[in-house]
Design a binder for this molecule. Structure first.
Ligand SMILES: Cc1cc2nc3c(=O)[nH]c(=O)nc-3n(C[C@H](O)[C@H](O)[C@H](O)COP(=O)(O)OP(=O)(O)OC[C@H]3O[C@@H](n4cnc5c(N)ncnc54)[C@H](O)[C@@H]3O)c2cc1C
Length: 434
């Protein structure tokens, strides 16, 4: 089945929602695809407990605008391939099986967001260790944390948001360990006073709600304690190591962009991010990109970039240009954010020889040390060849060894065999089907 649309948007987080709304309001037929069950992306992920889930008014407004714009939202679709230029292939899983759908587009907007960065340290694969945002998402989905002692560790503003959320759901947050030191965070907080007071106040509100929880800066996890599951986590501030008893560890080291689809389409990267011009256009004609794949910058940046991308894709250049000033301010925030939460070098040496780095394929640190590049390590150890396709270990080996992925191949995510058919989805000889 092939659908045709003027504008196709991949990702229904804040950036994709803003992009689709702007494109549809400006007269373009618009389809939005997202692999979650509903629109909202990471920050606006819905919860199953409607009595406890406080809807963000900004989300309600954005979703209402999207619905009234005429854009069509197709959730539960994961884009995995580009079978031909100007066509993307998505898979959808229904009760009666998984099938593929194709979408032909004139203009494409990539708003695929970001994921957490995980770094390996002894015990990080034990049951009870979660990504920080991952645990937050599970709790929204019904995972029970009431009465559980939780340590939240890693880096980035997400830690405070997650800790506040877990506490709201009855968890006892015993400590927040932020690896960035006070000397990096203080200038960042001071800069928000002048430029982003709203963000500063939001952080202060989270902190106030966690008044009895220590927020330790310049502090990071070195090992998880426990045999079958987490009993505690060993933390250090570089001078001493101590044990913090807990039932769960929520740990993530800031975010990494989801650029795989952009790379598959041939879009140029600058550093880790998709390169875009002032119109949010990538190096590939008629392909735009907005939100976290272009830089980790937060909600407001995602919304503004999305709107600019949608207006640009619809040919509304003048309206788009009116938003450039606001976008510049958010980009300045992104640069300060990156500097404030840059990773300390000690995090590169937490793994010991038997620490698992690729958890899909059980590849320990010692096996990787023998190799000279990501490709070499993949070929010899299967690191990054499992179901997550390197989404977890890829950013870890980049931090540990400075290795970078050299190519992206379809399908971008594992696809059940039932949807494979030589005319439908291309499989490269090295693709492993799970
Ligand atoms: C796990 C996590 C939790 C977060 N929680 C918070 C929070 O509590 N508070 C906060 O301020 N910020 C949070 N953030 C940061 C927040 O996501 C950003 O600040 C911003 O809102 C990003 O918007 P976006 O539209 O760029 O991306 P996202 O909101 O990430 O939206 C991208 C969407 O694209 C979808 N997608 C990606 N690839 C494909 C594909 N191939 N096919 C189909 N769909 C695809 C994703 O599933 C997602 O729904 C979180 C980030 C992460 C990673």
């Amino acid at each position: 089945m092939m659908r045709r649309t003027d504008v196709l948007v991949i990702g229904a987080g804040p950036a994709g929602i803003a992009a689709a709304t702007a494109a549809a309001k400006n007269g373009c037929s618009t389809i939005v695809l997202d692999d979650n069950v509903a629109a909202g992306g990471q920050i606006w992920r819905g919860g199953i407990d409607s009595a406890r889930t406080k809807e963000d008014p900004a989300k309600t407004k954005a979703i209402a605008a999207l619905r009234s714009s005429g854009a069509e939202i197709l959730a539960g679709r994961q884009v995995v391939d580009q079978p031909a230029p100007g066509v993307l292939r998505a898979v959808i899983t229904m009760a009666d099986g998984t099938r593929a759908e194709s979408f032909a587009w004139d203009r494409l907007i990539l708003a695929t967001g970001a994921r957490e960065r995980f770094l390996p340290f002894p015990g990080w694969t034990l049951p009870g260790v979660f990504g920080a945002g991952g645990l937050q998402a599970l709790v929204k989905g019904g995972f029970y944390v009431e009465g559980k002692r939780v340590v939240v560790a890693g880096s980035g503003p997400l830690l405070l948001a997650v800790a506040a959320h877990l506490q709201e759901y009855g968890a006892k947050v015993v400590a927040i360990a932020e690896q960035a030191p006070l000397r990096q965070l203080l200038p960042f907080a001071a800069s928000l006073l002048g430029s982003s007071l709203g963000k500063l106040l939001q952080g202060a509100r989270y902190r106030a709600s966690l008044a009895r929880t220590p927020y330790r800066m310049g502090c990071w996890p070195v090992a998880v304690e426990g045999e079958e599951s987490v009993r505690g986590v060993r933390l250090t501030n570089g001078r001493r190591v101590w044990s913090e008893p807990c039932d769960l560890l929520a740990c993530g080291f800031h975010l990494v962009p989801n650029t795989e689809l952009a790379e598959l389409l041939g879009c140029k990267l600058r550093g880790d991010f998709v390169e875009v011009n002032v119109r949010q256009q990538t190096s590939v004609a008629n392909v735009f990109c907005a939100g976290e794949p272009t830089g980790i910058a937060g909600l407001e940046a995602a919304l503004i970039q999305g709107e600019i991308a949608g207006l640009s894709a619809a040919g509304a250049a003048r309206e788009a240009s009116e938003l450039y000033g606001r976008r510049s301010r958010e980009q300045a925030f992104a640069r300060r954010l990156e500097a404030a939460f840059r990773l300390r070098p000690e995090l590169r040496s937490l793994a010991v020889p038997d620490t698992i780095v690729c958890r899909c394929e059980d590849v320990p640190f010692s096996q990787l040390q023998e190799h000279i590049s990501w490709t070499d390590a993949k070929l010899q150890t299967r690191c990054g060849m499992g179901p997550c396709q390197g989404r977890i270990c890829g950013s870890a080996v980049q931090t540990l060894f400075n290795w970078r992925a050299t190519s992206v191949r379809p399908p971008l995510f594992p696809v059940p065999l039932e949807v494979f058919d030589s005319e439908e989805i291309s499989i490269s000889p090295e693709t492993i089907v799970h």
